[in-house]
Design a protein around this ligand. Structure first.
Ligand SMILES: [Zn+2]
Ligand SMILES: [Zn+2]
Ligand SMILES: [Zn+2]
Length: 683
């Protein structure tokens, strides 16, 4: 304890001694051009504590090496020192007394410092009074008072000091023991250590002392000049300006009254000369302050820039290190994608901003190796999936482009043209984009669809066959259900509709039992030997399927090759709907047309647009499909079934025409005005 305090006081004593030295020198108004460079404000090199327990200092080995460095031929030493930047030079100079003597003692090495400053991209200060040594110490050094390490800096006042020395060197309005006038004109700072702003003004005590001394001479000269002016020039002028200082007096040019212009040469302010009035003096001080603020901003900006540059450098080093580690694993058979996971990227070894050494790698080899090995399979699966998706996108893009000319695809490639998602699930298409192993990643492009058209057409054919056989089974099942229902209730059988030629209303035909045999054979036999019956049954008009996407209606064969108007043609049975009520409605229609139930959709379709439902009679005639849909929807139960009206095409057309004429008759009053060209006609 006692030793520490003794040491402290010794330090203080030395510091104050140095301060006195400085003051002595600075206070003297120098007449000759002062040498700019001085080392008085720079600290001596840090002294190492001499420990009684002779613990080897961790840095002693490095220090030894540096000592050896100084034993090299001087020319070589200087060449190496000539490559260093300013922070390193400061660091070296503080490392040992030998370095200090070499770097700071030898004035001829001054150029080493200015070159280093330039190399480091640091601007030479514009305000006077800061040598390159002082600037280096301000930016990278230690307390200007005691040499302790500190980050407390005032960039404008150019002071770096530990808290206790700072109190001696920096003052504000409360703590400064100088007149208000001095505080008004002295250079001040409102910048904090990190370049930010602070509210109160701060002054360098050192500056204040000089400003005070200069101001004393300025005021004295001004007063003398005023006296002379009053005594010799204004004689007889009984003005009442009894020595009150006014702005006019501050502007008074005293050389006019025989006084010399003043020149001050304080190191901290540089040369201030040709001062002819107090205003001149104040103006020069303002210029000093503005220059110092500009310098301060530049220094702060340099650190910001440097931080950015270091961050960038660090990122680069980390990136190189990561790539190095990856390369070492790649030599063991891993691929780039195997490292694409967080635990690898964030592993502590990746965060050391150093070049990778063999030993550093060896230390984590097993651990990181296990990490990568554990992820390997997952990463493989992922990259394969990614690559497959990429190729699949290419295939689907080509397919969509081809489908813009669907007729071409039907004609030359395959028919039907399936929905995109079903297309991509066809085996030959999958083979175009599926990747089997990581070795294929990045090396494949899908073949053109046209090259695989034959395989695709075969796969589509197979899919349609599967759908047909599913259609067959569900159709047969529904037919069997309908038959069973009729056996129980013969009235449920469809009425034998009488054809009604001409525009007559259909009579409500009495329902009669119908001896229609829906199934051509036994249900079991049908299901066991579908090949004998399937085509026959699916081609029938009463086997009525609807596309769920575009609502198109056709029999079990035709529906699978329909042109889907919304582009979602399905190859699957689930893409189509077969409803019992539609089958029953279709049976009614076929019967009404006096056809066999085995009539195909084509045969029934030949009747054309001759049908309509009695519920809306007379109505425009439709084809069988529309009437089936209408009746399945609105007349499901036999109790409410209106008759189906069968017309001839001529009859239907005439009916429509009559209706048209009738509606014209209703509108005839204003007709000629609508159609002036028909003016001669009367309706
Ligand atoms: Zn200090
Ligand atoms: Zn469709
Ligand atoms: Zn109807």
């Amino acid at each position: 304890m006692t030793r520490t305090s003794a040491r402290k006081s010794a330090l203080k004593a030395r510091a104050s001694l140095r301060e006195e030295d400085t003051d002595l020198e600075d206070d003297a108004v120098q007449t000759h051009e002062e040498e700019e460079e001085s080392e008085h404000e720079a600290p001596p090199p840090k002294k190492r504590r001499v420990s009684t327990t002779a613990k080897p200092h961790p840095r002693s080995r490095a220090k030894g090496a540096l000592k050896d460095f100084l034993d090299l031929p001087l020319e070589l030493v200087l060449r190496i020192l000539g490559e260093l930047d300013l922070p390193t030079l400061v660091h070296l100079s503080r490392l040992s007394r030998r370095f200090w003597r070499l770097l700071r003692g030898d004035k001829s090495l001054h150029i080493l410092w200015t070159d280093a400053r330039q190399r480091s991209g640091i601007t030479r200060p514009t305000a006077h009074g800061m040598s390159v040594y002082q600037q280096a110490n301000l930016m990278f050094g230690c307390c200007q008072g005691c040499g302790k390490t500190t980050n407390k800096i005032d960039w404008v006042l150019r002071i770096r000091a530990c808290p206790s020395c700072y109190r001696d060197r920096v003052a504000d309005k409360q703590t400064a023991s100088f007149s208000k006038e001095v505080l008004e004109i002295a250079p001040f700072s409102q910048m904090d250590s990190s370049g930010g702003e602070r509210k109160t003004k701060h002054y360098s005590v050192h500056d204040l002392r000089h400003v005070d001394a200069m101001l004393y001479r300025v005021v004295r000269t001004k007063t003398d000049a005023l006296d002379t002016k009053r005594d010799c020039y204004d004689y007889g002028d009984d003005s009442d300006d009894e020595g009150e200082p006014t702005e006019e007096h501050d502007a008074l040019d005293w050389t006019y009254y025989g006084y010399n212009a003043l020149t001050f040469k304080y190191r901290c302010f540089g040369r201030m000369e040709d001062i002819r009035s107090k205003d001149d003096f104040i103006h020069d001080l303002t210029v000093v302050r503005n220059k110092r603020v500009a310098d301060a901003n530049l220094m702060v900006a340099w650190f910001e820039q440097e931080e950015k540059r270091r961050g960038e450098e660090r990122r680069k080093i980390l990136e190189t290190r990561r790539k190095d580690i990856m390369a070492r694993f790649e030599a063991e058979g891993y691929k780039a994608h195997h490292f694409d996971f967080d635990a690898f990227r964030d592993h502590p070894i990746m965060r050391v901003a150093k070049e990778l050494t063999d030993s550093a790698f060896a230390a984590v080899h097993v651990e990181v190796g296990a990490l990568v090995a554990a992820q390997r399979h997952r990463q493989d699966v992922q990259i394969i999936a990614q690559e497959s998706n990429r190729l699949r996108d290419l295939v689907s893009r080509e397919y969509n482009r081809l489908r813009q000319d669907e007729e071409y695809v039907r004609e030359y490639l395959f028919d039907p043209v399936p929905d995109i998602y079903e297309f991509l699930e066809l085996e030959p298409v999958k083979a175009m984009y599926r990747i089997a192993s990581v070795d294929e990643v990045g090396k494949r492009t899908p073949p053109p669809i046209a090259d695989k058209a034959r395989d695709i057409a075969r796969a589509i054919g197979q899919a349609c066959e599967a759908a047909e056989s599913a259609f067959f089974r569900s159709f047969v099942k529904i037919l069997a259900e309908i038959e069973t229902a009729r056996e129980v209730d013969p009235l449920a059988a469809p009425p034998a509709a009488t054809p009604q030629p001409g525009p007559t209303l259909a009579q409500s035909a009495a329902p009669t039992a119908h001896p229609l045999q829906l199934l051509p054979a036994d249900l079991d036999e049908l299901l066991q030997q579908p090949e004998l019956y399937q085509d026959d049954l699916l081609l029938r008009a009463i086997c009525i399927f609807q596309c769920l996407a575009c609502k198109h209606v056709d029999n079990g064969i035709g529906i699978l090759t329909h042109k889907c108007s919304v582009g979602h043609h399905s190859l699957r049975a689930t893409g189509y709907q077969l409803l019992r009520e539609r089958i029953e409605a279709a049976i009614d229609v076929v019967v009404a047309l006096e056809q066999e139930l085995s009539a195909t959709a084509e045969e029934v379709g030949e009747f054309g647009h001759v049908l309509h439902c009695e519920c809306a009679s007379p109505a425009i005639a439709h084809d069988w499909r529309n009437v089936v849909l209408h009746r399945a929807r609105y007349h499901r139960t036999s109790a409410e079934k209106p008759a189906i009206v069968v017309d001839t095409e001529e009859g239907a057309m005439k009916r429509v025409f009559d209706k048209h004429v009738e509606s014209l008759g209703q509108q005839s009053t204003g007709y000629s005005s609508f159609y002036p060209l028909f003016g001669g006609m009367r309706f």
